[in-house]
Ligand binder design. Structure first.
Ligand SMILES: NC(=O)c1ccc[n+]([C@@H]2O[C@H](COP(=O)([O-])OP(=O)(O)OC[C@H]3O[C@@H](n4cnc5c(N)ncnc54)[C@H](OP(=O)(O)O)[C@@H]3O)[C@@H](O)[C@H]2O)c1
Length: 346
C-alpha cells in the first residue's frame, strides 16, 4: 500500500512533486462527473444488491460501463439489475449469483463472468462485506468475516485473472474501511480465533483487504503485468451493514447506535464515489488508496488517503498471500516477487 500523508495549507511552492499532486487531489473536489466515458468497459461489483455496491453500479452504468452485479441471491441480483435499468436508460447490466463464502460458487461465478464479458474484464470491485456477525464458520470452515470479506475476494480475483489480464489496463478495487487501523494480521488462526469478538474480526478482515491490495501490487509488478490494485473506503455510510447482524442477535441498543451513527454521515450514493474514483479515474496508480476527504474520513469527496503502517507491511502481506493461496487452492499462478526473498513457496 502506497503511504499517503495529509497536507495542509499554502500555495505549494517548494513542495516536492508527489506531495503537491496529493494536495491537488485533496483540493479539487472529485465527483462522478469527472469520470470519463466508460462505454466498452466491463466492471464487476461484488455485493451490489444493496448499499454502497448498488450505488456504485448506478454511477458506473450511467457512465456507459457494462456492469455485472454479483450477490448471493439470484432473485435479489435480478431485482438490483432491474433497479439500475430503471434509473439509467439503456444501461447494460447483468447479474451473477455467488456466495463468496462458498469456494465452488466463487469458481463457477468467475467462469460465468468470463463468459458474460467475452473473456475481457476491465475492473473488478471487491465490495461485498459482512460485519458484526457472531462467531460463524463458513461452509469451508473459516471465520465468516475472513471468509467473505477477504478469502472469497482473493479467490474471485485469482479465478478472474485471465479475463483481467486480457484487458489493456485492468484494475482491481478492494473496498476496506477506516476501521482497518484497528485491525491485526492474524494469519495463525483463520479457523478458530481464541478470543472472538465480532468487531475485531471485522477490523482484521478490513486490514486484510489492504494487505491483499499491497500483495497484488507486488505480484503485478513482479510479473510485469499492467494490473493496478487499488483500495478504497467509503467513510461512514447509511446502510444496514453491521446493524442487521446485531438486530438478529438481539443487540438492539448497539444496533440502534450504529444505525444512528451511519445515518448521520454519507448516503450510499455519495459514499460510492471513492470506489468509482478508484475504479475509473485514469490517473490512479497501483497501490493507491482513496477515501472521503472530510473530517476523520467519514464523509466528503474522495481523495488519496493514508493506510495504517501495518497495511503496508511486506512480511504481513506475504504471510497473508501464502495463507490465502493455500486456503483457496492457489488461484494465482505461483509467483516470486517479495522484495529481498526467494519468492512464494509451493
Ligand atoms: N456502511 C458503512 O458504514 C461502511 C463503512 C466502511 C466500509 N464499508 C464497506 O463497504 C462495503 C459495502 O458495505 P455496505 O455498507 O454497502 O453493506 P451492505 O449494505 O450490508 O451490503 C453488503 C453487500 O454484500 C453482499 N454480501 C454479503 N455477504 C455476501 C456473501 N457471502 N457473498 C456475496 N455477497 C455478499 C450483500 O448481499 P445480500 O444483502 O444480498 O446478502 C450486499 O449486497 C463493505 O466491504 C464494507 O466493509 C461500509
Amino acid at each position: 500500500m502506497t503511504g499517503r500523508a495529509r497536507t495542509t495549507g499554502g500555495d505549494g511552492a517548494g513542495i516536492p512533486g508527489p506531495w503537491r499532486r496529493l494536495r491537488a487531489s485533496r483540493a479539487a473536489s472529485w465527483t462522478p462527473a469527472h469520470l470519463a466515458d466508460l462505454t466498452g468497459r466491463t466492471v464487476v461489483v461484488t455485493g451490489s444488491s444493496r448499499g454502497i455496491g448498488a450505488a456504485a453500479a448506478v454511477h458506473l452504468a450511467r457512465h456507459g460501463a457494462h456492469v455485472i452485479i454479483l450477490c448471493p441471491s439470484a432473485s435479489q441480483g435480478r431485482a438490483s439489475a432491474e433497479a439500475v435499468r430503471r434509473r439509467v436508460t439503456a444501461a447494460r447490466v447483468e447479474s451473477v449469483t455467488c456466495d463468496l463464502a462458498r469456494p465452488d460458487q466463487v469458481r463457477e461465478a468467475a467462469g460465468e463472468i468470463t463468459r458474460l464479458v467475452g473473456g475481457r474484464l476491465d475492473v473488478l470491485i471487491n465490495n461485498a462485506g459482512v460485519a458484526a456477525l457472531p462467531y460463524t464458520r463458513s461452509p469451508a470452515g473459516f471465520e465468516m468475516h475472513f471468509a467473505v470479506n477477504h478469502l472469497g475476494h482473493f479467490a474471485l480475483t485469482g479465478h478472474l485473472l485471465p479475463a483481467l489480464l486480457s484487458a489493456p489496463r485492468p484494475r482491481v478495487v478492494n473496498v476496506t474501511s477506516v476501521l482497518h487501523w484497528l485491525g491485526r494480521c492474524r494469519t495463525d488462526r483463520p479457523h478458530l480465533p481464541r478470543r472472538y469478538h465480532r468487531w475485531p474480526a471485522y477490523f482484521d478482515s478490513k486490514l486484510a483487504n489492504l494487505l491483499f491490495t499491497h500483495g497484488l501490487t507486488v505480484w503485478a509488478q513482479a510479473r510485469g503485468v499492467p494490473l493496478r490494485a487499488v483500495a478504497a473506503h467509503p467513510g461512514l455510510v447509511d446502510t444496514t451493514l453491521g446493524s442487521r447482524a446485531l438486530y438478529a442477535d438481539g443487540r438492539r441498543l448497539e444496533a440502534r447506535l450504529l444505525r444512528w451513527g451511519q445515518s448521520r454521515w454519507h448516503s450510499p450514493s455519495q459514499a460510492a464515489w471513492s470506489l468509482v474514483r478508484a475504479a475509473g479515474d485514469p490517473h490512479v496508480a497501483g497501490g493507491e488508496f482513496f477515501g472521503p476527504g472530510g473530517r476523520w474520513e467519514w464523509s466528503g469527496a474522495p481523495v488519496r488517503v493514508r493506510a495504517a503502517r501495518r497495511a503496508r507491511d511486506d512480511r504481513a502481506a506475504e504471510r497473508l498471500w501464502q495463507l490465502s493461496q493455500r486456503l483457496t487452492g492457489h488461484p494465482f499462478p505461483a509467483s516470486p516477487g517479495w522484495p529481498g526473498r526467494g519468492g512464494e513457496p509451493s
